[in-house]
Design a protein around this ligand. Sequence first.
Ligand code: F1P
Length: 581
Amino acid sequence: SGLLFKSSPEVRFFFFFVSQSADYEPFLPVSEKSNPLTRDMDRASPDSIVRMLQACDTQMFRKETGATHQVKVANRVHIILKDPQDSLVVLSGCGTSGRLAFFITVKSGFNRALRQLNRSEIYAYIIAGGDKYGLVFYSEAPEDDPKLGTLSLKQACEGKRRVLFIGISCGLSAPFVAGQLDFCLQNPEVYTPVLVGFNPTHQARDEPIPGCSFTFRSVAERMRALAKRRGAFLLNPVVGPEAVSGSSRMKGGSATKILLEVVLSAAHAATFSSSPITDEYPARLNLCRRVRFSLQRGRRVRYLGWGSLGLLGLVDASECKPTFGAGERRRFRRRNNPSTSRPQGPAFRVSHEDFLDLVLPGLTDEDAVLLVYTRVVKLARRVREKTSNLHAVYHQTDKDTDEIDKLCSSTLTFTWTLETPGMICFLSQQWELATKLVLNAVSTGAHVLKGKIYQNYMIDLQVSNSKLYRRATRLLQKLSGLPEPRSEEALLKTIYQMDELTADVTSGDVKTHIRVARNHKKVVPLALVCLLTGCSIKEAESRLEQKPIVREAVEECLSKPASPLEACNPLKATTLRDIVG
Ligand code: F1P
């Protein structure tokens, strides 16, 4: 079966390796670098933002020649598909990566396809924090727990004699996934690990993981050594830096979806059908040129959808809280079976009925509603009574228009042709990918326009796990030009709300800092204002209150640094001028 894929010329993989010309920020892994294409995104018009985001996304799509690892992984899945007894393919990740593990397993229909063929289901997923916290809430703390990762893997695989484990961490960084991969490497008789991410292995995170003898990098390097003997596989094409630095929900998430769906589709096609698979994604992406931002003036953005597209709305909206500190996180999806029990609590009230009960009455013309499906005329009519700010993204395979067009102030229609061979089998995955790109562009663009981004850095990020703690420190260092210890000190001061740090705080570990940081807002902007002006936390708070648009507050500080601090810190004065200039 090793020859199976090679002998089928139609099975083509299209990932490529972005040339590593980006040797600016040489100390940062690609996934954390700022993308030169979006450097001035914070000052761009909506149209330019869309173009910048598209240019960034396009970096994912160029033909590659040597996709041997994808082929090998597809072969492993194919072997399991032929003999599924006591076998499992497990996809696992944290945050967006975990949501995509869920999405690919449950929604992309690979298990469903097996059920339809009367075959055993072979796919399972793990999301750090479990469904409740990982899928709907924005809990990012479980990402730091390698033991929890191992435990959940053992539970998922109980009684299995052969497991293909696919660990997803876009930045090759999550301890949760590192723990699982390490466990697989220690139990090779059952587990074959596959690592999916978008950095070269030498850029994997090398920070010690408390209580463990390994780092993510050491695990990745062990896997690379084993890859030659096919004891482990690495799927880590470099797709270029994210549009908003470090925001791996965007390209990282899209590339994960494409990469794994291509691999699994190839395995299914090889096992169950003689029809070849072709790749049509890059051409389809041109359709994203039609993306327009419709949400600039909205107080709230509501996504209304169903099925897998509704779920993508849920995923996109869930990510806005940790990424942009966005307020409410409620998306509305059609409840297929109202009698099924569901978790309780307002965050879970996401059905169309809940939308009608809870949101529709208070909807105003300033709110934006985005329909991510078509032919929901009844619901659209009711929304239209409350707001004209109604938009739709929908997919069609013919040219017919319906009333939705007339009801909406803007519609983005994807028309797909069925003429291209291979189109049908990829159609729903392409709808999903196009929808994901649109939603990511809309939510990112809206937050850029709201002033949440400085250049292409997310300054108001939530310090909710160790990766984000390090990112926050690095950002403060970069923007202030001060050394890392000073930047971390300022971060700790705002986390603990104290102008002078106590010994208790300085001797505390990152885990404790994160726990405290979770209770405070705007910790990074506050720390930056303190660093740049030398003012107290109280003063920084009032400055930010006067200028609620964080970007403007930061720009003000950058253009008018406090003179006493400048005088005592010539290094800083030069760096600031450089940055402002
Ligand atoms: C996982 C993740 C991201 C999230 C945030 C925190 O990253 O949860 O999905 O957007 O950046 O980390 P990774 O392990 O896939 O790199």
